[in-house]
Write a protein that binds this ligand. Structure first.
Ligand SMILES: [Zn+2]
Length: 296
Protein backbone atom coordinates (compact mmCIF):
# COMPACT_ATOMS: atom_id res chain seq x y z
CA UNK A 1 0.00 0.00 0.00
CA UNK A 2 1.47 3.37 -0.94
CA UNK A 3 1.36 6.50 1.21
CA UNK A 4 -1.73 8.05 -0.45
CA UNK A 5 -3.66 4.79 -0.16
CA UNK A 6 -2.68 4.50 3.51
CA UNK A 7 -3.91 8.00 4.28
CA UNK A 8 -7.19 7.41 2.45
CA UNK A 9 -7.78 3.99 3.96
CA UNK A 10 -6.91 5.03 7.54
CA UNK A 11 -7.98 8.64 8.01
CA UNK A 12 -8.80 8.40 11.72
CA UNK A 13 -8.44 6.36 14.88
CA UNK A 14 -11.64 4.40 14.45
CA UNK A 15 -10.80 3.21 10.92
CA UNK A 16 -7.55 1.80 12.30
CA UNK A 17 -9.28 0.18 15.27
CA UNK A 18 -11.92 -1.41 13.04
CA UNK A 19 -9.21 -2.77 10.81
CA UNK A 20 -7.21 -4.22 13.72
CA UNK A 21 -10.33 -5.74 15.28
CA UNK A 22 -11.12 -7.42 11.98
CA UNK A 23 -7.60 -8.83 11.73
CA UNK A 24 -7.35 -10.00 15.29
CA UNK A 25 -10.84 -11.11 16.19
CA UNK A 26 -12.71 -11.52 12.90
CA UNK A 27 -15.58 -9.55 14.41
CA UNK A 28 -15.83 -11.40 17.74
CA UNK A 29 -13.85 -9.62 20.50
CA UNK A 30 -11.89 -11.89 22.80
CA UNK A 31 -10.79 -10.85 26.29
CA UNK A 32 -6.96 -10.81 26.40
CA UNK A 33 -7.04 -11.55 30.14
CA UNK A 34 -9.37 -14.55 30.36
CA UNK A 35 -10.02 -15.38 26.67
CA UNK A 36 -13.76 -15.09 27.10
CA UNK A 37 -15.63 -14.13 23.98
CA UNK A 38 -18.55 -12.65 25.82
CA UNK A 39 -18.25 -8.91 26.01
CA UNK A 40 -20.16 -5.70 25.70
CA UNK A 41 -18.95 -2.65 23.89
CA UNK A 42 -18.64 0.57 25.77
CA UNK A 43 -20.63 3.37 24.27
CA UNK A 44 -18.59 6.05 22.55
CA UNK A 45 -15.40 4.18 23.18
CA UNK A 46 -13.18 1.65 21.49
CA UNK A 47 -13.06 -0.46 24.61
CA UNK A 48 -14.93 -3.65 25.40
CA UNK A 49 -15.98 -4.96 28.79
CA UNK A 50 -15.52 -8.63 29.45
CA UNK A 51 -18.68 -10.27 30.77
CA UNK A 52 -16.65 -12.94 32.54
CA UNK A 53 -13.87 -11.07 34.34
CA UNK A 54 -15.33 -7.57 34.10
CA UNK A 55 -12.12 -6.04 32.87
CA UNK A 56 -12.11 -3.55 30.08
CA UNK A 57 -9.84 -3.94 27.07
CA UNK A 58 -9.21 -2.70 23.58
CA UNK A 59 -7.81 -4.46 20.54
CA UNK A 60 -4.47 -2.82 21.29
CA UNK A 61 -3.76 -4.89 24.42
CA UNK A 62 -0.75 -7.11 23.79
CA UNK A 63 0.18 -5.44 20.50
CA UNK A 64 3.03 -3.07 19.69
CA UNK A 65 0.45 -0.27 19.81
CA UNK A 66 -0.44 -0.91 23.45
CA UNK A 67 -0.10 2.14 25.66
CA UNK A 68 0.73 4.44 22.78
CA UNK A 69 -0.28 8.08 22.95
CA UNK A 70 0.37 8.52 19.28
CA UNK A 71 -2.72 8.33 17.06
CA UNK A 72 -2.92 5.06 15.12
CA UNK A 73 -3.09 6.76 11.69
CA UNK A 74 0.42 8.01 12.42
CA UNK A 75 1.59 4.50 13.26
CA UNK A 76 0.05 3.12 10.09
CA UNK A 77 1.64 5.87 8.06
CA UNK A 78 5.01 5.20 9.69
CA UNK A 79 4.71 1.51 8.74
CA UNK A 80 3.84 2.42 5.19
CA UNK A 81 6.74 4.89 4.93
CA UNK A 82 9.20 2.36 6.28
CA UNK A 83 8.02 -0.38 3.94
CA UNK A 84 8.19 1.91 0.95
CA UNK A 85 11.72 3.14 1.68
CA UNK A 86 13.70 0.49 -0.12
CA UNK A 87 17.04 1.69 1.15
CA UNK A 88 15.84 2.44 4.64
CA UNK A 89 14.48 5.55 6.32
CA UNK A 90 16.24 7.51 9.00
CA UNK A 91 14.42 8.46 12.20
CA UNK A 92 15.09 12.08 11.27
CA UNK A 93 13.34 11.69 7.92
CA UNK A 94 10.46 9.73 9.40
CA UNK A 95 9.81 12.36 12.06
CA UNK A 96 9.89 15.07 9.40
CA UNK A 97 7.38 13.13 7.30
CA UNK A 98 5.07 12.57 10.26
CA UNK A 99 5.55 15.95 11.90
CA UNK A 100 6.61 14.46 15.20
CA UNK A 101 9.82 14.88 17.17
CA UNK A 102 12.83 12.71 16.47
CA UNK A 103 12.58 10.74 19.66
CA UNK A 104 9.06 9.68 18.73
CA UNK A 105 10.18 8.80 15.21
CA UNK A 106 12.99 6.69 16.60
CA UNK A 107 10.70 4.94 19.07
CA UNK A 108 8.19 4.15 16.31
CA UNK A 109 10.91 2.64 14.18
CA UNK A 110 12.20 0.47 16.97
CA UNK A 111 8.74 -0.87 17.73
CA UNK A 112 7.98 -1.50 14.07
CA UNK A 113 11.31 -3.28 13.63
CA UNK A 114 10.43 -5.45 16.60
CA UNK A 115 7.30 -6.52 14.74
CA UNK A 116 9.44 -7.22 11.67
CA UNK A 117 11.50 -9.76 13.59
CA UNK A 118 11.32 -13.20 12.05
CA UNK A 119 9.80 -15.64 14.49
CA UNK A 120 11.26 -18.55 12.52
CA UNK A 121 7.82 -19.87 11.64
CA UNK A 122 8.82 -20.37 8.01
CA UNK A 123 10.70 -23.54 8.91
CA UNK A 124 14.27 -24.62 8.18
CA UNK A 125 16.14 -23.40 5.10
CA UNK A 126 16.33 -25.96 2.32
CA UNK A 127 18.03 -26.60 -1.00
CA UNK A 128 21.16 -24.57 -1.67
CA UNK A 129 22.00 -22.29 1.24
CA UNK A 130 24.71 -19.65 0.90
CA UNK A 131 26.43 -18.83 4.17
CA UNK A 132 28.82 -15.92 4.63
CA UNK A 133 29.90 -13.43 7.23
CA UNK A 134 30.61 -9.72 7.01
CA UNK A 135 31.68 -6.90 9.28
CA UNK A 136 29.61 -3.80 9.81
CA UNK A 137 30.74 -0.58 11.33
CA UNK A 138 34.20 0.77 11.60
CA UNK A 139 35.31 4.31 11.18
CA UNK A 140 33.28 6.37 8.80
CA UNK A 141 35.26 8.18 6.13
CA UNK A 142 33.55 11.50 6.77
CA UNK A 143 34.11 11.39 10.52
CA UNK A 144 37.75 12.15 11.06
CA UNK A 145 39.43 11.21 14.30
CA UNK A 146 39.72 14.87 15.18
CA UNK A 147 36.03 15.49 14.59
CA UNK A 148 35.05 12.53 16.72
CA UNK A 149 37.30 13.77 19.50
CA UNK A 150 35.69 17.20 19.22
CA UNK A 151 32.26 15.67 19.54
CA UNK A 152 33.39 13.63 22.51
CA UNK A 153 34.86 16.74 24.13
CA UNK A 154 31.57 18.53 23.63
CA UNK A 155 29.74 15.54 25.07
CA UNK A 156 27.85 14.97 21.84
CA UNK A 157 26.80 11.58 20.65
CA UNK A 158 29.69 9.79 19.08
CA UNK A 159 28.90 7.68 16.05
CA UNK A 160 28.07 4.29 17.49
CA UNK A 161 29.65 2.11 14.86
CA UNK A 162 33.31 2.53 15.49
CA UNK A 163 34.29 -1.03 15.91
CA UNK A 164 33.56 -3.67 13.36
CA UNK A 165 30.78 -6.02 14.31
CA UNK A 166 30.60 -9.43 12.68
CA UNK A 167 27.30 -10.53 11.19
CA UNK A 168 26.46 -13.94 9.75
CA UNK A 169 24.11 -14.24 6.79
CA UNK A 170 22.29 -17.33 5.55
CA UNK A 171 20.52 -17.16 2.25
CA UNK A 172 18.32 -19.84 0.81
CA UNK A 173 18.66 -19.82 -2.98
CA UNK A 174 15.55 -18.05 -4.39
CA UNK A 175 14.19 -17.97 -0.87
CA UNK A 176 14.67 -16.48 2.52
CA UNK A 177 17.38 -14.63 4.34
CA UNK A 178 18.54 -14.68 7.96
CA UNK A 179 21.00 -12.24 9.51
CA UNK A 180 22.43 -12.44 12.97
CA UNK A 181 24.88 -10.30 14.89
CA UNK A 182 27.60 -12.43 16.45
CA UNK A 183 30.29 -11.70 19.04
CA UNK A 184 33.11 -13.15 17.09
CA UNK A 185 33.34 -14.89 13.74
CA UNK A 186 34.54 -18.38 14.59
CA UNK A 187 33.23 -21.93 14.43
CA UNK A 188 31.75 -21.85 17.92
CA UNK A 189 29.40 -19.02 17.05
CA UNK A 190 28.86 -19.64 13.33
CA UNK A 191 28.12 -23.35 13.22
CA UNK A 192 25.33 -23.50 15.82
CA UNK A 193 23.45 -20.77 13.91
CA UNK A 194 23.73 -22.71 10.65
CA UNK A 195 22.62 -25.90 12.43
CA UNK A 196 19.58 -24.23 13.98
CA UNK A 197 18.44 -22.62 10.76
CA UNK A 198 19.12 -25.12 7.98
CA UNK A 199 17.72 -28.54 7.21
CA UNK A 200 20.36 -31.31 7.30
CA UNK A 201 19.52 -32.38 3.73
CA UNK A 202 20.52 -28.96 2.38
CA UNK A 203 23.70 -28.09 0.51
CA UNK A 204 25.74 -25.40 2.27
CA UNK A 205 27.98 -23.14 0.20
CA UNK A 206 30.72 -21.13 1.91
CA UNK A 207 34.17 -19.80 1.21
CA UNK A 208 37.20 -21.49 2.73
CA UNK A 209 36.97 -19.70 6.08
CA UNK A 210 38.00 -22.12 8.83
CA UNK A 211 34.98 -21.33 10.99
CA UNK A 212 32.83 -23.37 8.61
CA UNK A 213 35.03 -26.47 8.67
CA UNK A 214 33.11 -29.57 9.66
CA UNK A 215 29.73 -28.57 8.22
CA UNK A 216 30.05 -31.47 5.79
CA UNK A 217 29.54 -33.82 8.76
CA UNK A 218 26.20 -32.22 9.61
CA UNK A 219 24.73 -31.46 6.22
CA UNK A 220 24.18 -33.52 3.11
CA UNK A 221 26.78 -31.49 1.31
CA UNK A 222 29.18 -28.63 2.02
CA UNK A 223 30.60 -26.91 -1.04
CA UNK A 224 33.69 -24.91 -0.13
CA UNK A 225 34.83 -22.35 -2.68
CA UNK A 226 38.50 -21.68 -2.83
CA UNK A 227 38.39 -17.93 -3.29
CA UNK A 228 42.06 -17.51 -2.61
CA UNK A 229 42.57 -19.40 -5.84
CA UNK A 230 39.90 -17.24 -7.48
CA UNK A 231 37.30 -19.93 -7.50
CA UNK A 232 34.10 -17.90 -7.10
CA UNK A 233 31.63 -20.47 -8.37
CA UNK A 234 31.39 -24.17 -9.00
CA UNK A 235 28.42 -24.59 -11.30
CA UNK A 236 25.35 -23.50 -9.35
CA UNK A 237 27.33 -23.34 -6.12
CA UNK A 238 28.40 -19.79 -5.30
CA UNK A 239 27.85 -17.12 -2.66
CA UNK A 240 27.12 -14.28 -5.08
CA UNK A 241 23.58 -13.69 -3.79
CA UNK A 242 24.57 -13.10 -0.17
CA UNK A 243 27.56 -11.03 -1.24
CA UNK A 244 25.33 -8.86 -3.41
CA UNK A 245 23.07 -8.45 -0.43
CA UNK A 246 25.99 -7.31 1.78
CA UNK A 247 26.64 -4.51 -0.71
CA UNK A 248 23.01 -3.36 -0.57
CA UNK A 249 22.92 -3.64 3.22
CA UNK A 250 26.04 -1.54 3.68
CA UNK A 251 24.78 1.08 1.28
CA UNK A 252 21.49 1.20 3.18
CA UNK A 253 23.02 1.25 6.63
CA UNK A 254 25.71 3.83 5.95
CA UNK A 255 23.52 5.93 3.67
CA UNK A 256 20.51 6.28 5.94
CA UNK A 257 21.51 5.38 9.43
CA UNK A 258 24.46 7.48 10.38
CA UNK A 259 24.19 6.56 14.00
CA UNK A 260 23.32 2.90 14.10
CA UNK A 261 24.69 1.91 17.44
CA UNK A 262 25.94 -1.62 17.74
CA UNK A 263 23.41 -2.16 20.48
CA UNK A 264 20.60 -1.74 17.94
CA UNK A 265 22.28 -3.32 14.95
CA UNK A 266 20.20 -6.51 15.11
CA UNK A 267 17.04 -4.48 14.97
CA UNK A 268 18.20 -2.77 11.75
CA UNK A 269 19.13 -6.16 10.34
CA UNK A 270 15.62 -7.38 11.15
CA UNK A 271 14.21 -4.58 9.03
CA UNK A 272 16.42 -5.38 6.03
CA UNK A 273 15.69 -9.09 6.41
CA UNK A 274 11.95 -8.52 6.61
CA UNK A 275 11.99 -6.43 3.45
CA UNK A 276 14.11 -8.98 1.63
CA UNK A 277 11.93 -11.89 2.70
CA UNK A 278 8.79 -10.06 1.64
CA UNK A 279 10.15 -8.70 -1.63
CA UNK A 280 7.46 -10.44 -3.68
CA UNK A 281 4.63 -10.00 -1.18
CA UNK A 282 2.13 -7.40 -2.39
CA UNK A 283 0.19 -7.81 0.86
CA UNK A 284 3.21 -6.87 2.94
CA UNK A 285 1.43 -3.99 4.68
CA UNK A 286 -1.42 -6.22 5.85
CA UNK A 287 1.05 -8.92 6.77
CA UNK A 288 3.10 -6.59 8.95
CA UNK A 289 0.07 -4.98 10.59
CA UNK A 290 -1.15 -8.47 11.35
CA UNK A 291 2.19 -9.26 12.97
CA UNK A 292 2.03 -6.08 15.05
CA UNK A 293 -1.50 -6.92 16.08
CA UNK A 294 -0.95 -10.48 17.14
CA UNK A 295 2.41 -10.25 18.84
CA UNK A 296 3.84 -7.47 20.96
ZN1 LIG B 1 -12.06 -11.46 30.67
Amino acid sequence: MNIIETIKRFPDQSSCIDYLEGLRWQGLPECPYCNSKRSSKRQESQRHICNSCNRSYSVLVGTVFEGTKLPLPQWFLAISLMLNAKKGLSARQLSRDLGCNRKTGWYLQMRIREAMRDGGDGGLFKGIVEVDETYLGGKKANHSKKKRQERRDNNLQVTGMQDKQPVIGLLERDGRLKLQVIDKAHGKTLKPIVEQSVSTDATIVTDGFGGYAGLNKIFREHQVLNKEKEEYARGEYHTNTIEGFWTLLKRGIYGQYHKVSLRHLQSYLNEFTFKYNNRGNNQVFNFLINKTATAS
